[in-house]
Ligand binder design. Sequence first.
Ligand SMILES: [Zn+2]
Length: 240
Amino acid sequence: MKEQVALLIELQKLDDEILQEALKKKELPERIEKLREEIRSREAAVLEKRDLSEAARQSLKESERELKRLAESLSKGKSRLSEVKTNKEYQAMLKEMDTIAEASEAVEDRILRDYERVDESRRVLEEAEAECRNYRERHEGEILEIEREIGKIDLRLEEIQKKHSGAREKVRPELIRRYDMIRQRRNGKAVVSVWKEVCGGCHVNIPPQLYNNLQRHEEFILCPHCNRILYWEDRNGQGQ
Ligand SMILES: [Zn+2]
């Protein structure tokens, strides 16, 4: 019986490990996805800033073209000034040229503001690019590391599974059935240790007689409260 209980203890340990590894295997891809999402959001920010920077440059170009058009009509107006015949026409043309000159000044002011916008949007874009680059450099290695860890978990799981089926084969079938049933009903924990008359599963005291029997390793003993399979763990004898 002692040997069967030892196998069940081993089985419980392996089942716990399988559960833990499976949990990690589920969490790690979620962490990778989170990191990738962070990278994507920074890339999107770069694209947005690039669009704004491009729009600012286009606006500057448009203003410069407009200034050039105004300058051309101003110089055309000047050359036509000598051709006018009446004073009235002359006055009208001067007025028109004044209007053009005013418009030019307004466009020049706009161009100054456009230059500022171009500079500012380029600065913001470069910042976003640097932030994106830094984040990617910092976390791409981390993603690789996690991917390697997932690979290691697969190997570890394979190894544990092998030991697991080896141990299961050696346990008597009726014990395996009970073990499986208890695990199902007791949240994965079927085999628990007892120390100083306290069940490690439900933390309730077990009767002294049962505790004595447990220490002799002769019988298969279940906790009277939670029905888990019990074994005595000599915590004084650790390391012996
Ligand atoms: Zn118990």
